[in-house]
Design a protein around this ligand. Structure first.
Ligand code: HAM
Length: 420
């Protein structure tokens, strides 16, 4: 293995492509920042127990995909496979829920780690932007989050995504359904692994992609038929609010999700151009998670959108983001004296908020102009000894080729005027 190789299932973000990722993160978080969500950052690792209890002992994430390890000091830690448990842990630890201002609305952006079988759209290190609204049971909050994710995707120009919506019931009705489903599943011809799954997490069996299992599932009891009146009414309100907001969704009774903490509202954003890894984002309500990790009852809801898959979705739709060139002005000095003078001008321009770069490394004129063009700059500042003797620099418009002499002390104004 070469030393210059990123670990399996990971990749590097490099310029200029990396600018797209920054723009996507920015676009996903913009509606959240505009809606009362405060920024939170938590460590990249946590006590392994947090995820085991929070995400669920029977999930693939905990049993197969967690990067868990013991430190030299004997702590059992895990790289975070997701953000919700960590954010809730942090909010509880800081007593944010006791400030008398519920829900606590938080957003985050970061790297997550799952030891999955890598393929396009599925990585071992990936990036999410997420939001959690902690401590309120209100269908408008569920609707708000779905609306904000929809708005984020639309602002990026994505069109071919769908929102799948379901309700998983609550602690009243889900156990009744679970028992009925187990009765049904125990009558089927299933392998030992799947039978174990029937015991610990029967809803996940509904998600089994194998044809041999799928064909036996017709006639399985449907969760929708078991929802209690409170859950039904709650779900109806979420749907009404989404409809009133003009957000289209599809009811999907089979949407189970891969994490155990969900109650009531669950949803997934799927993109039809991504093949098997079609979920670009997902989330739902997790009214019991706080108690599962040892906190008070705090009904909550949230989502996380995958940045990697969102970028793939943009590519699949042929959407190119309008990302302004990083550099507006490129300075090209000819000779030692010009280097000093132009380098000082570069600092002045940067202080004035104009993105400026400089031909470092003593390049000749031809090479320096090539770099200026590659940088995407619209203007080049060129100066040689004769210009300096006259107290001017040449301002060259790299699009039109037009060139004008500008007095040194008028450079910032003239650049501003030309850039518009
Ligand atoms: P999740 O569905 O596991 O939910 O992940 C959310 C999104 O992260 C996925 O839809 C996908 O875009 C991206 N993602 C997940 N795994 C990978 C991977 N291996 N490679 C690339 N992208 C991936 C959660 O993580 C929940 N914490 C969401 C949530 C927040 N629920 C409530 N609040």
């Amino acid at each position: 293995m070469s030393t210059f190789q990123a670990p399996k299932g990971t990749y590097d973000l490099l310029p200029p492509h990396s600018a797209t990722y920054l723009t996507v993160r920015e676009a996903i978080s913009a509606p959240l920042r505009n809606s009362g969500y405060g920024y939170i950052e938590t460590p990249g690792f946590e006590n392994v127990e947090l995820f085991a209890r929070g995400v669920g002992e029977s999930t693939d994430i905990v049993t197969k995909e967690m990067y868990a390890f013991e430190t030299k000091g004997g702590d059992r830690l895990a790289l975070r496979p997701e953000g919700t448990a960590s954010v809730l842990r942090a909010a509880l630890e800081a007593n944010l829920h006791k400030g008398g201002n519920l829900p606590v609305k938080l957003w985050y952006s970061g790297s997550y780690y799952r030891y999955e079988r890598p393929q396009k759209g599925r990585y071992r290190h990936f990036s999410q932007v997420g939001a959690e609204a902690i401590g309120a049971e209100d269908p408008a909050l569920d609707a708000e989050l779905i609306i904000l994710a929809d708005q984020a995707y639309r602002s990026l120009g994505l069109r071919n995504f769908r929102i799948l919506l379901n309700s998983l019931g609550d602690k009243e009705c889900r156990p009744v359904y679970r028992a009925a489903l187990q009765d049904f599943l125990r009558g089927l011809d299933l392998d030992d692994d799947t039978r174990r799954r029937v015991d610990i997490n029967p809803l996940r069996v509904l998600d089994d992609k194998r044809e041999s299992v799928r064909k036996q599932l017709t006639g399985a009891p449907a969760l929708g038929d078991y929802l209690c009146e409170a859950c039904k009414a709650y779900h109806e309100q979420v749907r009404e609010l989404l409809t009133a907001a003009g957000v289209a969704f599809e009811n999907d009774a089979n949407l189970v999700r891969g994490l155990d903490y969900y109650t009531r509202t669950t949803f997934e954003f799927v993109h039809d151009g991504l093949g098997s890894q079609s979920a670009v984002g997902g989330g739902g309500r997790y009214d019991g998670l706080s108690e599962m990790i040892g906190g008070p009852a705090l009904p909550s809801v949230g989502w996380a959108l995958g940045v990697d898959r969102t970028v793939l979705a943009l590519e699949a739709e042929g959407v190119t983001l309008d990302i302004p060139a990083a550099t507006a002005v490129y300075a090209v000095p000819l000779g030692e004296e010009a280097r000093r003078v132009l380098f000082a001008q570069v600092t002045v321009l940067r202080k004035a908020g104009i993105a400026t770069d400089f031909a470092f490394g003593g390049k000749g004129l031809k090479n320096a102009m090539k770099s200026a063009n590659r940088s995407g700059a619209r203007l080049a500042l060129v100066a040689g000894e004769r210009d300096l003797a006259e107290g001017v620099v040449q301002l060259k418009n790299l699009e039109s080729g037009e060139q004008t002499a500008v007095p040194l002390d008028a450079v910032v104004d003239e650049v501003r005027r030309t850039l518009g």
